[in-house]
Design a binder for this molecule. Sequence first.
Ligand SMILES: [Zn+2]
Length: 172
Amino acid sequence: MHDVDMTRALLLSLQDWRSSHAPRQPRVSRVLLQVGRFTCVEPEQLRSTWQAACTGSWLAGAELAIEEVALLGRCLPCGATYSPQAEQGYRSPCCGHPLEEILQGRELRILSVDYLLPDADSEADPTPDLHARPADAAGAASAGHGAGSDTPGPARAGAALLTAPASSTLRR
Ligand SMILES: [Zn+2]
């Protein structure tokens, strides 16, 4: 999976998670992700994509920690477990069998999220719809709060990846 798609999926999951806390707003300090070696995700690249995508959003400053999982396969003819190597074409060292069964190495999941959950009372405006997509948010902004001219609008969110900045801008 491409690191941009990966980041997008990650952000969507986190937004779902975040809205489950509404109206309270979790402040995330760290996200621990498990990434299998067979996913072709480059941790360094993923981290920089993540950082760029989170800048200016509710996730700004949150660290992305990555736990890599080695690739492990099972040789079908003999049942042995082995670590497939690209140089050997991922064949089993015992029987020279092609890699057919992957035991681990395809993981892509959030293991944990470190966060604080401040009380909702702090300057609590009733939260606008957290599920609003950028387009909806734009519509709501111009239709609903016509007076608010302090924000340059959803275009400011920039990164096409993110739906978060649009709604967090709206909340101010
Ligand atoms: Zn074998």
